[in-house]
Design a protein around this ligand. Structure first.
Ligand code: FAD
Ligand code: ZN
Length: 470
């Protein structure tokens, strides 16, 4: 059957206005943040309910049509972009954007997959609760995409990955069947925990249509400092001091190199260096408490003065109000954007055991500089989780395309060091299309085989997000 005939059938199921076939209408769904992929698709479908997703999938399954689920299209590994073969239909979850229930007493919320993360934060805040997941892309990414990619971000340190925030899921399977696993139970040991398979599956096993999520007390006291330090060893020492003293009140601990702050000052509107003098490394540190009774500022000052006495802290600026806290975070969250202004950037989203971060940084920075003289490493990120975004900007004046042609070669060097340290080649961004071939290199044959068997059990025809992960 011709694509137009399928489009007409889909229009019967979800309405003509929700079947996009013109190049202009499809365009926003076919490009992504990093410009690594340009997708091709016969159509974009925008169902508005779980039942409509089910109807679409039932028809697609019967007719052997490939489907790519897409949330906010902020994924960084190409999983949400249809392949150049042009035979994958995009299924956008954006119209499933209702908050179904909020239970402040039980600290839970049920949201549909297309709810934008910012909107989820607002819904929790209205109930005087916190949904902690925090990402630079939160203005456009959707909770369904967050769950499918098991997103990390800056709040993992205190609250865990997205996986830790999910209590239940509603999923449409490749066959079109609806699995209602939307439970809000805190304890449930009844057989295999199926929802875990869909979390981080990047849309290869089923389409998440709704999720039951954990809420937390909303911070009543929140304090932040922007700290200047000499080297990653000092950063690690400060982390140990902070974690030992503040425990779960330590809700942010992010590392930035000098060059990253320079990029922000240069390219991010209104951004300024929070400290007077230059420092080789910086930490954005945040403490917060759900209780009014606790003096968080005193604790922050005590940690930093201990760091100062030990000689690990060179200087620190304290946020005087919430707007200054936001200014600090704007620098951190602007890191991805500002690197775009500095030409080509080769990325690595890696993790190693926290205590090995300084060694890892030494080795990796030396290795990439030996490979591409004058390249500019911009390693930043969630040091408290052992997760570094080891991005390397091109040498000033170099040819961007020529530099990016060395992507795989640089990846191989950095990932080799990560492997030596017992680390991971994808700490939080997932596998998608970008790292699919790399995955086989780091997993055992048995692990790959088990993953393929899981895929085959849920999607025997291989129609949902084919070619991603396995
Ligand atoms: P999409 O990009 O649309 O999709 C991601 C994957 O999930 C695809 O494989 C897609 O097929 C699948 N998918 C989407 N929705 C569904 C669904 N409902 N059911 C089944 N499968 C689905 N990531 C982090 O982990 N930490 C960060 O700190 C972080 N910061 C970022 C900052 C910026 C500026 C940007 C652009 C991205 C960042 N990311 C980060 C990556 C990205 O934002 C997250 O991975 C996010 O969770 C993706 O959500 P999305 O709705 O955009 O999903
Ligand atoms: Zn990150």
């Amino acid at each position: 059957m011709e694509p137009t005939a399928h489009a007409e059938r889909f229009a019967d199921l979800i309405g003509k206005a929700n079947v996009l076939t013109s190049p202009e209408d499809k365009a926003p769904y076919l490009t992504e943040w990093r410009d690594l992929y340009q997708g091709v698709t016969p159509m974009v479908l925008r169902p508005g309910t779980t039942e409509e997703v089910s109807a679409v999938m039932t028809y697609a399954y019967e007719n052997d049509l490939k489907v790519v689920p897409q949330g906010g299209n902020t994924g960084l590994v190409g999983g949400q972009i249809p392949q150049e073969s042009g035979d994958e239909i995009v299924l956008s979850l954006g119209r499933l954007n209702r908050i179904r229930t909020v239970d402040p007493a039980g600290f839970t919320l049920v949201a549909e997959a297309g709810v934008i993360l910012d909107a989820l934060h607002d819904a929790a805040e209205k109930a005087d609760r916190l949904f902690p997941l925090s990402l630079g892309s939160q203005g456009s990414c959707q909770i369904g995409g967050n769950i499918s990619s098991n997103a990390g971000g800056t709040a993992v340190l205190a609250y865990g990955n997205t996986r830790d925030l999910v209590l239940g899921l509603e999923v449409v399977l490749p066959s079109g069947e609806i699995w209602n696993g939307l439970r809000t139970l805190r304890k449930d040991n009844t057989g295999y925990d199926l929802k875990q398979l869909f979390i981080g599956a990047e849309g290869t096993l089923g389409i998440i249509t709704a999720a039951a999520l954990k809420l937390f007390p909303r911070p009543k006291k929140l304090e932040a400092a922007f700290v200047g330090l000499r080297d990653p060893q000092s950063v690690l020492r400060l982390f140990t001091l902070a974690k030992a003293q503040a425990g779960s009140l330590l809700t942010g601990f992010e590392i930035l190199p000098r060059i990253g702050v320079e990029f922000c000052v240069r390219h991010l509107e209104g951004a300024r260096d929070p400290l007077e003098c230059e420092h080789a490394w910086y930490v954005l540190m945040e403490l917060s408490s759900g209780s009014d009774a606790f003096n968080v500022r005193d604790l922050l000052e005590s940690i930093l003065s201990e760091g100062f006495e030990e000689g690990v802290v060179e200087d620190a600026a304290f946020a005087q109000n919430l707007s200054q806290v936001e200014d600090f975070w704007r620098i951190r969250h602007g890191m991805s954007e500002v690197q775009k202004q500095e030409g080509g950037s080769i990325k690595h989203d890696v993790s190693v055991p926290v205590a090995l971060i300084p060694d890892f940084l030494d080795k990796a920075m030396a290795a990439v500089s030996a490979l591409v003289p004058n390249c500019r490493p911009v390693p930043f990120g969630h040091i408290g989780d052992g997760n570094i975004h080891f991005n390397v900007s091109q040498p000033i004046g170099a040819d961007k395309a020529e530099y990016l042609a060395g992507w795989d070669e640089m990846n191989a060097v950095v990932h080799g060091i990560v492997d030596d340290f017992g680390g991971s080649i994808s700490a939080e961004h997932g596998i998608g299309r970008l790292k699919r071939d790399l995955l086989q290199e780091v997993k055992s044959d048995l692990e790959m085989d088990l993953m393929r068997r899981v895929k085959a059990a849920f999607d025997p025809k291989g129609l949902l997000n084919p070619g991603r992960i396995v």
